[in-house]
Structure formats: structure tokens, C-alpha cells
Ligand binder design. Structure first.
Ligand SMILES: Cc1ncc(COP(=O)(O)O)c(C=O)c1O
Ligand SMILES: N[C@@H](CCCC[NH3+])C(=O)O
Length: 420
């Protein structure tokens, strides 16, 4: 069921007309559907229901909005964090510290201390020195940190180069051939309880084969370590499942993924942990925008919208596709380019795309913008920070306000030495 559907000629978010949100909040604005988020959380959980023991930690980087995290906390999800800022958000949204997994290659000693202090449930160690530091800090605090070693299985996830994380040249995880000895050295440290392994080979993955190959490698390593006498009671399988950005390009469903996981991990006798981000939030949000001008071009017209690369960075960063649809479609279609107002040629959402015909003042949405959308927004060109709205049936609420230039200017100062 699509919660951003055209009914009686106009687009709704659940039961709220999109035009109503634009009128009340202005544009550009991210619009999230609570019902979609809940459905995605349940579909993902149900897909793993055959597994004996699981823990799902939403990858907070995908969408750290407090209301979004609150919905997922109520669905029993923990959080996968990569910063103390994300930890603070997870806790503020009602996730339990024990359900938080701390990933990331650049946790500082201060980060490790803050996370231990808060009672974070699992540390995914990305290099030996980090593990040694974690052990020392935990010991000095009279604590024991529960940890797993993130391995880099050297598998190509077949995704965009900038979002691949499991190849040997990527910065993530320790080389799998060095993992057995490193695990042994870390397991011997006071202050650290090494309990298993983690991996995550990339994002927006459409092919389950590389994921399966990576899981098989990590499973074999887990069994080898257990055979050597180590306690291995958890394996964190990461996230990465793709979503359909473009009609007709459909990734493997969570159910198919769940069947593969059940088959590959049979007999592992561990708690399996998952860190889904995009698959939960991606299609639970759209970016609502208004057409400023339609500029005749030499080759094609440019539809200039009031959203820009600072609001939705994915097209500029990864040449990513986001479907563009009019809120009041006339049925007429045109081929056009779509661009934002930012002073960069890269501020282009689509080139030579067949889209709904739109004119100045019309509303439209970029779809599949609920993950890696608002969270990657900036204020480049001194534009306001884009606001976020959540819809729940026929109600909606602003869940992040538009941060206007006056507020941004108020956080800056001209120093005394420049005041004369
Ligand atoms: C360690 C880790 N876990 C989980 C995720 C979430 O990935 P996705 O949003 O593709 O599910 C990422 C991002 O790629 C990640 O780096
Ligand atoms: N930000 C990326 C995904 C990165 C995933 C985090 N490791 C995207 O928008 O597709």
C-alpha cells in the first residue's frame, strides 16, 4: 500500500492532502508517513521470524529524526549509531541504551567513554587499537564493554562505489584473515567481553549473492573462533538491503532476504543482529517541493524547484535517481531537466527525464526520500535547513522546524577585533 498516492486527482500523504502541508509549513519540506514506517518495521521483523534469536537496530544515520526514532522504538527496534549525537537521539526517542550498537571507524576515546557511561549495549570494534582503548577505558570505569569485531570480508556488494563498505580497499572492518589472531588478543583483555563478529558490506544492495558470500565467510570465522574456545553468542549482519527508487527496478524483498539468512545461518546458534536503515525509512518519506520557474533551455526545459542539493544531496553525490511526481497531475507528460536554485551545476535532480508536466507554482514530490535525505541536508548558499513533517492518518505535525537564516546567523559572531 502506497501512503503517498494520488486520490481523486491529487496526492495525499496518508489522509492529508499534500497541498495542505505545503500551505501550512511551506516548501521544501520532508513528509514522513508513520503508517509506512510501521509497516516497513513489521515487514522486516516478520521476514526474520523463522530465526531463533534476533535483535534489530535501526541505522540511525538513515533518518535520525526523533519522531521517526520514536515510531521505531515503539516497534521494539534498537539503534545502530556512529556518533554520540546519534546515541543522544536514540535515548531521547526512548530506545534503551542496552539496545544500542556503536559502529564506526573513528570513535574517539571520549566517544567510547560517553557510550560506556550511558550503558551502550554493544561496541563494534573496527581496529585493534580501538579495542585496546575501549578495554582500558572500561576497566578504569569499573565496567566491562560488550564488543564484537567488525570484519571486512573483501566482497564487492555491487553497489555505488561511494557506498560500498566491504571491499578490502574500504576503510571499514579488519581484514578477515587477521581477525582470528586479533580476536584472541582482544578477548584476553580485562574490561572487554568479546562476544562475536560484525560485518556490513554496503548500502542499496540489489544482489543477495555478495551478501550471502560475505555471511558464509563470517559464519565460518565465527565457528572457527568458537572451536578455538571463544564465546561467540552474536553475529551482527549489518544492513544494506536496497529499495526501489525507480519504478520497475525492484530489489529482493525482506522476505527473500530473510529466507537467505535463515538458510545460511542455520546452526550458528547465535543472536543475529541487523542494522537496516534505508529499507525501513526510504519509502516512508518524500520531499515536497514547489516549482519556481520552468526555464526554457537550449536542449530541454529546466524545471527549477525550490528544493536543492543542500536539501537532498543524493542525486548530486551519487547520481541517484528519485522519482519526481506532480501533486496535481494533469496527465500530460514532458521531457525536462529538474534542478534546484543552488549555484552549482551539480544541483540537478534529473536530466532528460520524462515527468509530469508542471508549471510555475505547482507542487511536486521527490519520492523515496525518507532515508539519507534530511539527515544529509546542509545550509549551503545560506538556505534554511529543511523542515520535516510526520503524517499520522488525517493528522500531521512538524517534527523538525525550518531553521531559518536568522537562527543560523544568531549562532555566529563577529569577533571584537573586527568590530571597529
Ligand atoms: C555499519 C552500518 N550499518 C548499517 C548501515 C545501514 O545501511 P542501509 O541503510 O543500507 O540499510 C550502514 C550504512 O551503510 C552502515 O555503515
Ligand atoms: N548516504 C548514502 C548511504 C550511506 C550509507 C551509510 N554507510 C545514500 O544516501 O545512499
Amino acid at each position: 500500500m502506497d501512503h503517498f498516492a494520488i486520490r481523486e486527482g491529487r496526492m495525499f500523504a496518508e489522509d492529508v492532502p499534500m497541498a495542505h502541508i505545503a500551505e501550512k509549513v511551506g516548501t521544501p519540506v520532508y513528509v514522513y508517513s508513520r503508517a509506512t514506517l510501521e509497516r516497513h518495521a513489521r515487514v522486516f521483523r516478520d521476514a526474520l521470524s523463522a530465526l531463533p534469536s534476533i535483535h534489530i537496530a535501526f541505522a540511525i544515520k538513515a533518518n535520525p529524526n526523533l519522531a521517526v526514532l520514536r515510531v521505531l522504538a515503539r516497534e521494539g527496534f534498537g539503534g545502530d549509531i556512529v556518533s554520540i549525537g546519534e546515541m543522544k537521539r536514540a535515548l531521547a526517542a526512548g530506545m534503551k541504551a542496552a539496545d544500542i550498537v556503536f559502529s564506526g571507524v573513528g570513535k574517539t576515546r571520549g566517544d567510547l567513554r560517553d557510550a560506556l557511561d550511558a550503558g551502550v549495549g554493544q561496541f563494534n570494534i573496527e581496529l585493534e587499537e580501538e579495542g585496546v582503548a575501549l578495554a582500558e577505558i572500561a576497566k578504569s570505569m569499573g565496567k566491562t564493554a560488550t564488543a564484537v569485531l567488525r570484519v571486512n570480508p573483501d566482497v564487492d556488494a555491487g553497489t555505488h562505489a561511494k557506498i560500498s563498505t566491504g571491499k578490502s580497499e574500504n576503510k571499514f572492518g579488519v581484514p578477515i584473515d587477521q581477525a582470528p589472531d586479533m580476536f584472541g588478543r582482544l578477548a584476553a583483555l580485562d574490561g572487554l567481553a568479546m562476544r562475536g563478529l560484525a560485518l556490513h558490506i554496503g548500502s542499496q544492495i540489489f544482489d543477495l549473492d555478495p551478501i550471502e558470500r560475505a555471511y558464509v565467510k563470517v559464519g565460518a570465522l565465527a565457528m572457527q573462533l568458537r572451536g578455538a574456545g571463544f564465546v561467540i553468542d552474536r553475529v551482527d549482519l549489518g544492513g544494506g538491503l536496497g529499495v526501489p527508487y525507480e519504478r520497475g527496478k525492484v530489489p529482493p524483498s525482506p522476505a527473500i532476504y530473510g529466507e537467505m539468512v535463515a538458510r545460511v545461518t542455520k546452526g550458528w546458534d547465535v543472536t543475529l543482529m541487523f542494522e537496516p536503515g534505508r529499507v525501513i525509512a526510504g519509502n516512508a518519506g518524500v520531499l515536497l517541493t514547489r516549482v519556481i520557474w520552468v526555464k526554457p533551455g537550449i536542449v530541454r526545459p529546466y524545471v527549477i524547484v525550490d528544493a536543492a542539493m543542500n536539501d537532498l544531496a543524493r542525486p548530486a553525490m551519487y547520481d541517484a535517481w528519485h522519482d519526481f511526481e506532480a501533486v496535481l497531475p494533469s496527465g500530460e507528460r514532458v521531457v525536462a531537466n529538474i534542478a534546484g536554485p543552488v549555484c552549482e551545476s551539480g544541483d540537478t535532480f534529473a536530466m532528460n527525464r520524462e515527468i509530469d508536466a508542471v508549471k510555475s507554482g505547482d507542487l511536486a514530490v521527490f519520492r523515496t526520500a525518507g532515508a539519507y535525505g534530511a539527515t544529509m541536508a546542509s545550509t549551503y548558499n545560506s538556505r534554511a535547513l529543511v523542515p520535516e513533517v510526520m503524517v499520522d492518518g488525517d493528522k500531521f505535525a512538524i517534527v523538525a522546524e525550518r531553521v531559518v537564516p536568522e537562527k543560523l546567523i544568531a549562532a555566529e559572531q563577529v569577533p571584537d577585533f573586527l568590530k571597529d
